[in-house]
Design a protein around this ligand. Structure first.
Ligand code: ADP
Length: 709
C-alpha cells in the first residue's frame, strides 16, 4: 500500500462547448517523505495536479488514494478533514491574511484544527523561532517583503505538522538568495514530510530535490525516481492528535481581526444601520409620546370641560332621493341620560341662541372683529382654570360685567389699541335679535320679541391657553347669564299670555328645531378626571352610525385634529423609515458587494486550510452581528439627543411638550424591552443580510478562487 497515489487520473475543463483536458491519465505514487519537484511549461497542468493532491479539486476520472483509502466517495466533511489534518498548500502569492500579524497567520491552521489559542500561539512561536523568523511574529503581514511572506506562508503550512506540503511555484516571485533560502527550508522539511512543489527553476530543483517529475501537455513525460504503485510502502506517521477546542472559537478570533481590518467599510455600515435604527426609534418615540402630548395640551383649553350635546335628525324630502340632516336640541331627558355614564356631568341650557358666539363688539367706537363669546361654568374658577390665568384676577361669579379673555384676543386688542395691558379695558357688547312666536290663531299670527343686550364689559383676566390651533375668545359666566335670563322678560309674549315669561323660561320650554332652542344643551364637568370619559363617549357616538347624538367641544375638536395630524405624521414617518431602511440596506449591500470578491478569496483560503462551512459562516455572522450590535449602541444615544432637540423645538414652536418620548427604560412593565427588541432586530437583520452572500459562497469553486492570476 502506498502513502499517496494518483491512479489513472484525468482532469477536463469545460470551456463553453469545448472540453479541455488539463491532465490525462496520470499515475503517480508518493512516499511519506522526500522533496519532489514538478517541472514543466506553463499551462501543462502542474497547478491542476497540485490542486488534486491538495484536495482543492477532484479528478474528472481516475482516483486519488490516500493511506490506502480511495477518496472517490469522500464527502465535504472528509475533504475538509483531509485539508485540515493531512495536507497544506502554499500558494505562489502566499495567500496570507494581510490584516493579521505573523504569529496569528501561522497559528491559524492550528486554530482551525481545533487547537486552543494559547497552545496554538506557543506552537506558532516555536515554529517561527525554529526557522529564525521570530521577528515576524508581531509584524503585520503587509509590512513584509515577498521573500519574507513566502517563508511565513511555508511556516504557516508546517505549523500544524501536516504530512504533505504542497507549494505552487514558491520561488517564482523571489530573487536568487531568497529562492535558495526557501528551497533549503523545503529540503529541511522533507526529512519528515512529503514536500511536492511546482517550479520553473530546473537548476534549483536539480540542486535540492530528491525526485524530479517532468510534465508536458497534461502528461508525465519523465520521473527521476518513480515509485512503483505495486511496491510496498509505509503509510507514514499520522499527525499529532489535537484535542478539539470549542468549534467556532477561531472564527470569533478571525472575525475580530477581520472586523478591525475593515474599519472604514464597517464604519460606513454602522453609520447606515445607525441611521435606520435612530429613525425607527424616533418614529417609535413620536408614536409613543405624541398622543400623550396631545392629551396634555388639549387640557390647556380654558373651557375644555365644556361640551355641547345635540341631536341629528334626518328628514326625507318628498319626491326626492335627497335627505336633509339637521342638528337640533334633544329633549332634556335625552340629554340627561348621559349623566348616567359620567359622574358629575351637568346638563344646562345653551344660551348661544341669545348670547351669540360672535356678538357685535366695540371699544371706544372702534369695532373688534370676530372673537368668540363663550360661557364657562362660572366663577370662581376651578383649580385647573386658575392655573391658566396669566394676568388679572378672578371675576365676580354673578356678574356679566366682567370677562376673561384668552391670550390670542389679548394680542389682538393690544395691537389694535396699542396697549401695554388689556386689563381694565372696557368693551361694549351689543346683541339685537328678534324672535317670532307663532300663536296659532288668526290675529295676531306672530308675537315678536326683541332680545337686546347692551353691556359694557371689563376685561379682568387673561388666560393662557394652548396656542396651537387657537382663536381669540372671551369667556363669560354661564351662571350669571342664567340669572340674567331668568330676570329678563319677553314683554310682548308676557302681555299676550298675561303672565310673566322670562327668556330663560321660554328657552327651557322650546324643543327641537325652534330657533330659540339653539342647537343643543351645554354639558359641564367639574371633575377633570371625567373629561377623558366624556371625550371617549363623544368619539364612540361619532364613530357609531346608529346613535343620533353629537357631543362636541372646541377642545375635543382640537384634540381630534391633533390626533389625526399625529396619525398622518406617524404614517409619513413610517414611510420615511422604510426609505431610511431601504437606503441603509442598500449601502450595506454595496459595502458587502464591494468586498465580495475579496471575501470569496478569503473564504477559499480558509477552505483550503480545512475550515468547515459552519466556522466560515460563523465568521461572517459574528461580523454582521458586530455591526448590528454597534449600530444599536450608537443609535440609542443619538436618538436620545435628536429626541431632545425635537422636543425643544416642538415646545418652542407648537407648545407641545415631550412629543417624542422614546421608552428607553421600559415599555409597560417590561424593563429595557426596547433595547432588547432592537438588538434582536439588529441580529435578525444582519443574520439575514449575511446569509444571502453566504449561500453564494457555498457555490464557489475553490480551485478557481485560489488560482493565481
Ligand atoms: P500550469 O500550472 O502548469 O501552468 P494549470 O494546471 O494551471 O497549468 O492549467 C492547465 C490547463 O488547464 C491550462 O491550459 C489552463 O488554462 C486550463 N485550466 C485550468 N483551470 C481551468 C478552469 N477552471 N477552466 C478551464 N480551463 C482551466
Amino acid at each position: 500500500m502506498s502513502f499517496l497515489q494518483l491512479k489513472n487520473v484525468s482532469k477536463t475543463y469545460k470551456n463553453g462547448m469545448r472540453e479541455f483536458t488539463a491532465l490525462e491519465n496520470i499515475g503517480l505514487t508518493f512516499s511519506s517523505r522526500g522533496f519532489v519537484v514538478i517541472l514543466g511549461r506553463s499551462g501543462c497542468g502542474k497547478s491542476t495536479l497540485l490542486n488534486l493532491l491538495g484536495g482543492i479539486d477532484v479528478p474528472s476520472s481516475g482516483e486519488m488514494i490516500y493511506r490506502g483509502k480511495p477518496t472517490k466517495k469522500w464527502r465535504e466533511k472528509a475533504w475538509s478533514e483531509y485539508r485540515k489534518k493531512s495536507v497544506s498548500t502554499i500558494f505562489q502569492h502566499y495567500n496570507l491574511f494581510p490584516f493579521m500579524d505573523g504569529v496569528t497567520n501561522v497559528m491559524l491552521p492550528l486554530l482551525i484544527d481545533g487547537e486552543k489559542p494559547s497552545v496554538a500561539q506557543r506552537r506558532a512561536e516555536e515554529v517561527l523561532a525554529l526557522f529564525s523568523l521570530s521577528d515576524f511574529s508581531k509584524r503585520k503581514v503587509d509590512s513584509l517583503s515577498g521573500g519574507e511572506c513566502q517563508r511565513l506562508a511555508i511556516l504557516r503550512s508546517v505549523s500544524k505538522n501536516p504530512q504533505v506540503i504542497l507549494a505552487d511555484e514558491p520561488t517564482g516571485a523571489l530573487d536568487g538568495k531568497n529562492a535558495e533560502a526557501v528551497m533549503a527550508l523545503f529540503k529541511e522539511l522533507s526529512k519528515d514530510h512529503l514536500v511536492i512543489i511546482v517550479s520553473h527553476n530546473r537548476e534549483l530543483a536539480t540542486q535540492y530535490a530528491d525526485r524530479l517529475i517532468q510534465m508536458n501537455e497534461g502528461k508525465i513525460v519523465s520521473d527521476s525516481k518513480p515509485i512503483e504503485a505495486t511496491q510496498e510502502n509505509e503509510l507514514g506517521p499520522i499527525g499529532p492528535k489535537i484535542k478539539q477546542a470549542k468549534s467556532g472559537s477561531w472564527a470569533f478570533l478571525f472575525s475580530k481581526e477581520h472586523f478591525r481590518s475593515r474599519k472604514g467599510r464597517n464604519a460606513l455600515g454602522i453609520i447606515a444601520a445607525t441611521v435606520g435604527f435612530a429613525a425607527s426609534l424616533l418614529t417609535f418615540g413620536f408614536y409613543f409620546g405624541s398622543t400623550t402630548a396631545v392629551e396634555r395640551s388639549t387640557s390647556r383649553y380654558f373651557d375644555y370641560e365644556t361640551a355641547t350635546i345635540s341631536k341629528k335628525t334626518v328628514q326625507t324630502i318628498s319626491d326626492s332621493p335627497l335627505q336633509l340632516t339637521q342638528t337640533v336640541r334633544p329633549s332634556r331627558a335625552e340629554a340627561e341620560q348621559f349623566s348616567n355614564y359620567i359622574d358629575g356631568l351637568r346638563v344646562e341650557l345653551d344660551f348661544s341662541s341669545l348670547f351669540i358666539p360672535f356678538p357685535n363688539a366695540a371699544c371706544s367706537g372702534q369695532t373688534i372683529a370676530d372673537f368668540q363669546y363663550l360661557p364657562i361654568d362660572g366663577f370662581p374658577l376651578d383649580e385647573h382654570q386658575t392655573a391658566m390665568i396669566s394676568a388679572g384676577h378672578t371675576p365676580n361669579v354673578d356678574s356679566l360685567d366682567e370677562i376673561i379673555i384668552n391670550h390670542e384676543l389679548e394680542t389682538e386688542l393690544k395691537t389694535l389699541f396699542s396697549l401695554e395691558t388689556v386689563l381694565g379695558l372696557k368693551i361694549h357688547l351689543s346683541i339685537n335679535l328678534a324672535f317670532d312666536y307663532y300663536t296659532g290663531t288668526e290675529t295676531p299670527l306672530f308675537i315678536t320679541d326683541y332680545f337686546q343686550f347692551d353691556k359694557e364689559v371689563t376685561i379682568v383676566a387673561v388666560a393662557t391657553e394652548f396656542s396651537f390651533l387657537n382663536t381669540p375668545k372671551a369667556f363669560y359666566s354661564h351662571r350669571a347669564a342664567k340669572s340674567f335670563l331668568k330676570s329678563a322678560l319677553l314683554p310682548n309674549l308676557s302681555s299676550y299670555l298675561e303672565s310673566e315669561v322670562s327668556w330663560y323660561h321660554r328657552l327651557q320650554s322650546v324643543e327641537g328645531s325652534d330657533p330659540l332652542s339653539a342647537y343643543g344643551f351645554r354639558l359641564f364637568l367639574n371633575d377633570e378626571g371625567q373629561v377623558g370619559k366624556l371625550y371617549a363617549l363623544a368619539k364612540k357616538i361619532q364613530d357609531g352610525t346608529t346613535e343620533n347624538y353629537l357631543i362636541s367641544s372646541e377642545s375635543f375638536l382640537v384634540k381630534d385634529t391633533l390626533l389625526s395630524m399625529n396619525q398622518a405624521i406617524s404614517v409619513g414617518l413610517i414611510f420615511f423609515i422604510a426609505i431610511a431602511w431601504v437606503g441603509s440596506i442598500f449601502i450595506i449591500g454595496i459595502i458587502d458587494f464591494s468586498s465580495f470578491v475579496e471575501k470569496k478569496k478569503e473564504v477559499a483560503i480558509l477552505y483550503s486550510m480545512g475550515a468547515e462551512r459552519t466556522s466560515i459562516r460563523n465568521i461572517f455572522i459574528f461580523e454582521s452581528l458586530g455591526i448590528g450590535f454597534l449600530s444599536v449602541i450608537c443609535a440609542l444615544p443619538i436618538s436620545g439627543i435628536l429626541a431632545y432637540i425635537l422636543n425643544q423645538m416642538a415646545t418652542k414652536y407648537l407648545g407641545l411638550s415631550d412629543v417624542v418620548a422614546i421608552p428607553f427604560l421600559a415599555i409597560g412593565t417590561i424593563p429595557f424591552l426596547l433595547e432588547t427588541g432592537l438588538l434582536a432586530l439588529a441580529f435578525i437583520t444582519s443574520y439575514g443580510a449575511t446569509m444571502i452572500p453566504l449561500t453564494m459562497f457555498d457555490k464557489i469553486s475553490l480551485a478557481d478562487e485560489l488560482r493565481d492570476e
